[in-house]
Design a protein around this ligand. Structure first.
Ligand code: FAD
Length: 324
Protein backbone atom coordinates (compact mmCIF):
# COMPACT_ATOMS: atom_id res chain seq x y z
CA UNK A 1 0.00 0.00 0.00
CA UNK A 2 1.31 3.43 -0.87
CA UNK A 3 2.54 5.61 1.96
CA UNK A 4 2.18 9.30 2.78
CA UNK A 5 5.09 11.22 4.23
CA UNK A 6 5.08 14.73 5.66
CA UNK A 7 8.00 17.05 6.19
CA UNK A 8 7.84 20.07 8.47
CA UNK A 9 9.75 22.67 6.45
CA UNK A 10 11.63 25.15 8.59
CA UNK A 11 12.26 28.63 7.33
CA UNK A 12 13.97 31.69 8.71
CA UNK A 13 14.03 35.33 7.65
CA UNK A 14 11.82 34.56 4.65
CA UNK A 15 14.02 31.75 3.34
CA UNK A 16 13.66 28.00 3.44
CA UNK A 17 16.31 26.51 5.67
CA UNK A 18 18.58 24.07 3.89
CA UNK A 19 17.67 21.42 6.48
CA UNK A 20 14.06 21.55 5.21
CA UNK A 21 15.32 20.34 1.84
CA UNK A 22 17.51 17.74 3.55
CA UNK A 23 14.41 16.47 5.41
CA UNK A 24 12.65 16.31 2.04
CA UNK A 25 15.56 14.31 0.65
CA UNK A 26 15.29 11.94 3.63
CA UNK A 27 11.59 11.43 2.96
CA UNK A 28 12.31 10.87 -0.74
CA UNK A 29 15.01 8.32 0.15
CA UNK A 30 12.42 6.40 2.20
CA UNK A 31 9.66 6.65 -0.39
CA UNK A 32 8.80 4.01 -2.98
CA UNK A 33 7.05 4.52 -6.30
CA UNK A 34 3.48 5.66 -5.67
CA UNK A 35 4.21 7.14 -2.22
CA UNK A 36 3.32 10.81 -1.63
CA UNK A 37 5.38 13.43 0.13
CA UNK A 38 3.69 16.51 1.57
CA UNK A 39 5.26 19.55 3.21
CA UNK A 40 3.94 21.69 6.05
CA UNK A 41 4.99 25.33 6.31
CA UNK A 42 3.96 27.25 9.41
CA UNK A 43 4.12 30.99 9.96
CA UNK A 44 2.78 34.19 8.50
CA UNK A 45 2.98 35.55 4.95
CA UNK A 46 3.96 32.18 3.48
CA UNK A 47 2.91 32.73 -0.17
CA UNK A 48 6.44 33.13 -1.54
CA UNK A 49 7.88 30.23 0.45
CA UNK A 50 4.95 27.96 -0.43
CA UNK A 51 5.39 28.76 -4.13
CA UNK A 52 9.11 28.00 -3.86
CA UNK A 53 8.50 24.73 -2.03
CA UNK A 54 5.92 23.73 -4.66
CA UNK A 55 8.75 23.56 -7.21
CA UNK A 56 10.16 20.53 -5.35
CA UNK A 57 8.94 16.94 -5.81
CA UNK A 58 5.96 17.12 -3.49
CA UNK A 59 2.30 16.17 -3.73
CA UNK A 60 1.08 19.16 -1.72
CA UNK A 61 2.42 22.08 0.26
CA UNK A 62 0.27 22.91 3.28
CA UNK A 63 0.80 26.54 4.23
CA UNK A 64 -0.61 27.00 7.73
CA UNK A 65 -0.79 30.67 8.60
CA UNK A 66 -1.70 32.49 11.78
CA UNK A 67 -0.51 35.20 14.13
CA UNK A 68 0.19 32.47 16.73
CA UNK A 69 2.77 30.95 14.36
CA UNK A 70 4.79 34.12 13.76
CA UNK A 71 7.60 32.82 15.94
CA UNK A 72 8.10 29.23 17.07
CA UNK A 73 5.85 28.24 19.94
CA UNK A 74 5.47 24.49 20.55
CA UNK A 75 1.83 24.57 21.67
CA UNK A 76 0.77 26.73 18.74
CA UNK A 77 2.72 24.65 16.22
CA UNK A 78 1.36 21.36 17.53
CA UNK A 79 -2.19 22.74 17.63
CA UNK A 80 -1.80 23.95 14.05
CA UNK A 81 -0.39 20.64 12.83
CA UNK A 82 -2.98 18.34 14.46
CA UNK A 83 -5.76 18.92 11.86
CA UNK A 84 -3.24 18.24 9.09
CA UNK A 85 -2.01 15.07 10.79
CA UNK A 86 -5.62 13.95 11.25
CA UNK A 87 -6.49 14.51 7.60
CA UNK A 88 -3.26 13.18 6.08
CA UNK A 89 -2.65 10.31 8.52
CA UNK A 90 1.05 10.34 7.53
CA UNK A 91 3.05 7.14 7.71
CA UNK A 92 6.19 9.18 8.34
CA UNK A 93 7.15 12.61 9.53
CA UNK A 94 10.52 14.20 8.74
CA UNK A 95 12.03 17.22 10.47
CA UNK A 96 15.44 18.84 10.86
CA UNK A 97 17.38 17.93 13.99
CA UNK A 98 17.37 21.61 14.92
CA UNK A 99 16.23 23.39 18.07
CA UNK A 100 12.69 23.44 16.65
CA UNK A 101 12.79 19.90 15.25
CA UNK A 102 14.15 18.46 18.48
CA UNK A 103 11.35 20.13 20.41
CA UNK A 104 8.54 19.32 18.02
CA UNK A 105 9.38 15.80 16.86
CA UNK A 106 8.81 13.88 20.11
CA UNK A 107 5.57 15.75 20.80
CA UNK A 108 4.29 14.87 17.32
CA UNK A 109 5.55 11.30 17.65
CA UNK A 110 3.52 10.98 20.85
CA UNK A 111 0.45 12.37 19.05
CA UNK A 112 0.87 9.88 16.21
CA UNK A 113 1.83 7.00 18.53
CA UNK A 114 4.90 6.76 16.31
CA UNK A 115 8.40 5.55 16.93
CA UNK A 116 11.17 8.11 16.49
CA UNK A 117 14.75 7.93 15.25
CA UNK A 118 16.66 11.16 15.84
CA UNK A 119 19.76 12.85 14.51
CA UNK A 120 19.97 10.76 11.36
CA UNK A 121 23.07 11.34 9.25
CA UNK A 122 22.45 8.82 6.46
CA UNK A 123 19.71 6.56 5.12
CA UNK A 124 20.48 3.17 3.59
CA UNK A 125 18.02 1.15 1.55
CA UNK A 126 18.60 -2.57 1.78
CA UNK A 127 15.95 -4.30 -0.29
CA UNK A 128 12.67 -3.53 1.42
CA UNK A 129 14.39 -2.33 4.59
CA UNK A 130 15.20 1.27 5.31
CA UNK A 131 18.10 1.67 7.73
CA UNK A 132 18.71 4.96 9.54
CA UNK A 133 22.30 5.75 10.49
CA UNK A 134 23.02 7.95 13.50
CA UNK A 135 26.06 8.69 15.65
CA UNK A 136 26.06 7.68 19.30
CA UNK A 137 28.27 8.34 22.32
CA UNK A 138 29.58 11.67 21.06
CA UNK A 139 30.32 10.19 17.64
CA UNK A 140 32.33 7.25 19.00
CA UNK A 141 29.83 4.71 17.70
CA UNK A 142 27.49 4.55 14.74
CA UNK A 143 24.08 2.97 15.14
CA UNK A 144 22.09 1.49 12.25
CA UNK A 145 18.47 1.28 13.22
CA UNK A 146 15.25 0.35 11.45
CA UNK A 147 11.61 0.88 12.37
CA UNK A 148 9.47 -2.17 12.90
CA UNK A 149 6.19 -0.35 12.23
CA UNK A 150 4.51 2.78 10.89
CA UNK A 151 4.03 5.66 11.56
CA UNK A 152 7.56 6.86 12.09
CA UNK A 153 9.20 10.16 12.97
CA UNK A 154 12.70 11.03 11.83
CA UNK A 155 14.89 14.05 12.53
CA UNK A 156 17.88 14.65 10.25
CA UNK A 157 21.13 16.23 11.33
CA UNK A 158 21.78 19.41 9.29
CA UNK A 159 24.44 19.30 6.58
CA UNK A 160 24.65 15.51 6.23
CA UNK A 161 22.12 14.41 3.65
CA UNK A 162 22.15 16.07 0.26
CA UNK A 163 19.40 18.67 -0.14
CA UNK A 164 16.47 17.84 -2.43
CA UNK A 165 16.59 19.49 -5.84
CA UNK A 166 13.70 21.40 -7.44
CA UNK A 167 11.82 19.54 -10.21
CA UNK A 168 13.21 20.08 -13.68
CA UNK A 169 9.66 20.84 -14.94
CA UNK A 170 9.05 23.49 -12.25
CA UNK A 171 7.04 21.18 -9.98
CA UNK A 172 3.38 20.25 -9.83
CA UNK A 173 2.64 20.41 -6.08
CA UNK A 174 -0.62 22.11 -5.05
CA UNK A 175 -0.43 24.75 -2.37
CA UNK A 176 -3.17 24.25 0.23
CA UNK A 177 -3.72 27.19 2.54
CA UNK A 178 -4.86 26.51 6.05
CA UNK A 179 -5.59 28.98 8.85
CA UNK A 180 -4.26 28.24 12.31
CA UNK A 181 -6.77 28.58 15.11
CA UNK A 182 -6.40 31.90 16.97
CA UNK A 183 -4.52 31.82 20.23
CA UNK A 184 -6.66 31.07 23.22
CA UNK A 185 -3.93 30.73 25.82
CA UNK A 186 -4.07 32.85 28.90
CA UNK A 187 -0.30 32.58 29.08
CA UNK A 188 1.80 35.42 27.76
CA UNK A 189 4.36 34.40 25.21
CA UNK A 190 7.19 36.85 24.75
CA UNK A 191 7.13 37.30 21.00
CA UNK A 192 10.66 38.35 20.49
CA UNK A 193 13.46 36.43 18.86
CA UNK A 194 16.79 37.45 20.31
CA UNK A 195 19.40 36.38 17.79
CA UNK A 196 22.90 36.72 19.12
CA UNK A 197 24.35 36.17 15.67
CA UNK A 198 21.97 38.47 13.80
CA UNK A 199 22.61 38.73 10.10
CA UNK A 200 25.31 36.09 10.18
CA UNK A 201 25.32 32.58 8.75
CA UNK A 202 23.65 29.95 10.90
CA UNK A 203 26.40 27.99 12.64
CA UNK A 204 24.73 24.61 12.11
CA UNK A 205 24.30 25.20 8.37
CA UNK A 206 27.64 26.91 7.67
CA UNK A 207 29.91 25.30 5.10
CA UNK A 208 32.98 26.70 6.86
CA UNK A 209 33.34 27.13 10.63
CA UNK A 210 36.21 28.96 12.28
CA UNK A 211 36.09 28.06 15.97
CA UNK A 212 38.02 29.51 18.87
CA UNK A 213 38.92 28.00 22.19
CA UNK A 214 40.45 29.14 25.43
CA UNK A 215 43.64 29.78 23.46
CA UNK A 216 41.91 32.83 21.93
CA UNK A 217 42.33 34.38 25.39
CA UNK A 218 39.72 37.18 25.20
CA UNK A 219 36.63 38.45 23.38
CA UNK A 220 38.98 40.72 21.44
CA UNK A 221 40.97 37.62 20.46
CA UNK A 222 37.97 36.39 18.40
CA UNK A 223 38.35 39.36 15.99
CA UNK A 224 40.92 37.64 13.69
CA UNK A 225 38.71 34.52 13.64
CA UNK A 226 35.67 36.63 12.71
CA UNK A 227 37.68 38.25 9.95
CA UNK A 228 38.75 34.88 8.52
CA UNK A 229 35.21 33.47 8.78
CA UNK A 230 33.77 36.59 7.15
CA UNK A 231 36.22 36.36 4.26
CA UNK A 232 35.43 32.68 3.68
CA UNK A 233 31.67 33.16 4.00
CA UNK A 234 31.68 30.98 7.12
CA UNK A 235 30.49 31.21 10.72
CA UNK A 236 32.36 31.58 14.00
CA UNK A 237 32.01 28.91 16.67
CA UNK A 238 33.63 28.24 20.02
CA UNK A 239 34.59 25.63 22.56
CA UNK A 240 32.91 25.58 25.90
CA UNK A 241 36.24 26.65 27.37
CA UNK A 242 35.97 29.93 25.44
CA UNK A 243 32.30 30.37 26.37
CA UNK A 244 32.90 29.62 30.06
CA UNK A 245 35.73 32.14 30.07
CA UNK A 246 33.27 34.78 28.81
CA UNK A 247 35.03 35.34 25.49
CA UNK A 248 31.84 34.70 23.52
CA UNK A 249 28.19 33.84 23.78
CA UNK A 250 27.04 30.30 24.62
CA UNK A 251 25.07 30.39 21.36
CA UNK A 252 28.40 29.72 19.63
CA UNK A 253 29.30 26.68 21.72
CA UNK A 254 30.03 23.53 19.73
CA UNK A 255 30.09 20.13 21.36
CA UNK A 256 28.23 17.62 23.44
CA UNK A 257 26.30 20.30 25.31
CA UNK A 258 26.38 22.81 22.47
CA UNK A 259 25.65 22.72 18.77
CA UNK A 260 26.58 19.91 16.42
CA UNK A 261 28.18 21.15 13.21
CA UNK A 262 29.22 19.25 10.10
CA UNK A 263 30.78 21.83 7.78
CA UNK A 264 32.96 21.16 4.78
CA UNK A 265 35.87 22.79 6.63
CA UNK A 266 36.30 23.24 10.39
CA UNK A 267 39.18 25.41 11.51
CA UNK A 268 39.87 24.89 15.24
CA UNK A 269 41.98 27.70 16.73
CA UNK A 270 43.39 27.31 20.23
CA UNK A 271 41.12 24.34 21.03
CA UNK A 272 42.67 21.36 22.82
CA UNK A 273 40.27 18.75 21.42
CA UNK A 274 38.40 17.46 24.49
CA UNK A 275 36.04 14.57 23.73
CA UNK A 276 33.04 16.77 24.56
CA UNK A 277 34.15 19.26 21.91
CA UNK A 278 34.81 16.55 19.32
CA UNK A 279 31.22 15.36 19.83
CA UNK A 280 30.07 18.52 18.10
CA UNK A 281 32.48 18.75 15.19
CA UNK A 282 34.12 15.41 14.42
CA UNK A 283 31.72 14.88 11.50
CA UNK A 284 33.24 17.86 9.66
CA UNK A 285 34.60 16.89 6.23
CA UNK A 286 38.01 18.55 6.65
CA UNK A 287 39.40 19.55 10.04
CA UNK A 288 42.21 22.06 10.32
CA UNK A 289 43.74 22.55 13.76
CA UNK A 290 45.90 25.48 14.84
CA UNK A 291 47.46 24.98 18.24
CA UNK A 292 50.79 25.92 19.74
CA UNK A 293 51.01 22.63 21.62
CA UNK A 294 52.14 19.85 19.23
CA UNK A 295 50.73 17.27 21.70
CA UNK A 296 47.21 18.78 21.68
CA UNK A 297 44.70 15.98 21.12
CA UNK A 298 42.86 17.97 18.42
CA UNK A 299 45.73 17.00 16.09
CA UNK A 300 44.62 13.39 16.52
CA UNK A 301 41.50 14.01 14.40
CA UNK A 302 42.77 16.88 12.25
CA UNK A 303 43.33 16.42 8.52
CA UNK A 304 45.72 19.39 8.55
CA UNK A 305 47.57 20.58 11.64
CA UNK A 306 49.44 23.83 12.10
CA UNK A 307 51.62 24.00 15.20
CA UNK A 308 51.90 27.68 15.99
CA UNK A 309 50.48 30.75 17.66
CA UNK A 310 46.96 31.35 16.35
CA UNK A 311 47.49 35.12 16.53
CA UNK A 312 50.21 34.72 13.90
CA UNK A 313 48.72 31.87 11.87
CA UNK A 314 45.11 33.12 11.52
CA UNK A 315 46.04 36.57 10.10
CA UNK A 316 48.47 34.86 7.70
CA UNK A 317 45.69 32.54 6.52
CA UNK A 318 43.33 35.50 6.11
CA UNK A 319 45.94 37.36 4.10
CA UNK A 320 46.64 34.31 1.92
CA UNK A 321 42.93 33.77 1.20
CA UNK A 322 42.47 37.47 0.47
CA UNK A 323 45.30 37.35 -2.08
CA UNK A 324 44.17 34.05 -3.62
P1 FAD B 1 41.64 24.15 26.72
O1 FAD B 1 41.44 22.72 26.94
O2 FAD B 1 42.16 24.99 27.83
O3 FAD B 1 42.61 24.30 25.44
C1 FAD B 1 43.11 25.51 25.00
C2 FAD B 1 44.09 25.18 23.89
O4 FAD B 1 44.57 26.38 23.32
C3 FAD B 1 45.32 24.39 24.36
O5 FAD B 1 45.45 23.22 23.59
C4 FAD B 1 46.50 25.34 24.10
O6 FAD B 1 47.66 24.65 23.68
C5 FAD B 1 45.95 26.19 22.99
N1 FAD B 1 46.51 27.54 22.91
C6 FAD B 1 46.71 28.43 23.91
N2 FAD B 1 47.19 29.58 23.43
C7 FAD B 1 47.32 29.41 22.07
C8 FAD B 1 47.75 30.25 21.02
N3 FAD B 1 48.14 31.52 21.22
N4 FAD B 1 47.78 29.75 19.75
C9 FAD B 1 47.39 28.45 19.50
N5 FAD B 1 46.96 27.63 20.49
C10 FAD B 1 46.91 28.11 21.75
N6 FAD B 1 33.50 21.51 25.68
C11 FAD B 1 33.12 21.93 24.48
O7 FAD B 1 33.91 22.53 23.72
N7 FAD B 1 31.83 21.76 24.07
C12 FAD B 1 30.90 21.12 24.83
O8 FAD B 1 29.76 21.01 24.40
C13 FAD B 1 31.30 20.63 26.11
N8 FAD B 1 30.43 19.97 26.88
C14 FAD B 1 30.88 19.44 28.08
C15 FAD B 1 30.02 18.67 28.85
C16 FAD B 1 30.47 18.13 30.03
C17 FAD B 1 29.51 17.28 30.84
C18 FAD B 1 31.78 18.36 30.47
C19 FAD B 1 32.28 17.77 31.74
C20 FAD B 1 32.64 19.13 29.73
C21 FAD B 1 32.21 19.69 28.52
N9 FAD B 1 33.04 20.47 27.73
C22 FAD B 1 32.63 20.88 26.51
C23 FAD B 1 34.35 20.95 28.24
C24 FAD B 1 35.51 20.17 27.70
O9 FAD B 1 35.77 19.06 28.54
C25 FAD B 1 36.79 21.05 27.68
O10 FAD B 1 37.02 21.57 28.98
C26 FAD B 1 36.71 22.23 26.73
O11 FAD B 1 36.34 21.78 25.45
C27 FAD B 1 38.09 22.89 26.65
O12 FAD B 1 38.01 24.02 25.83
P2 FAD B 1 39.29 24.50 25.07
O13 FAD B 1 39.83 23.43 24.19
O14 FAD B 1 38.95 25.80 24.43
O15 FAD B 1 40.30 24.86 26.25
Amino acid sequence: MSKTYLIVAEHRDGKLRRVALEALRAAADCADAGDEIHAALLGEGLDGLAAELATYPLAQVHAIEGEALRVYNPEAYIRALIPLLESLQPDGLFLGHTAIGRDLAPALAARLSAGQISDVTAIERDGGNTVFVRPLYAGKAIERRAFSAFPRVVTVRPNNLPAAEPCADGGTADVVKRAAAPETDLRTVVREVVRKTAGKIDLTEAKIVVAGGRGVKSAEGFKPLEELAGLLGGAVGASRGACDAGYCDYGLQIGQTGKVVTPEIYIACGISGAIQHLAGMSGSRIIVAINKDPEASIFGIADYGIVGDLFEVVPLLTQAFREA
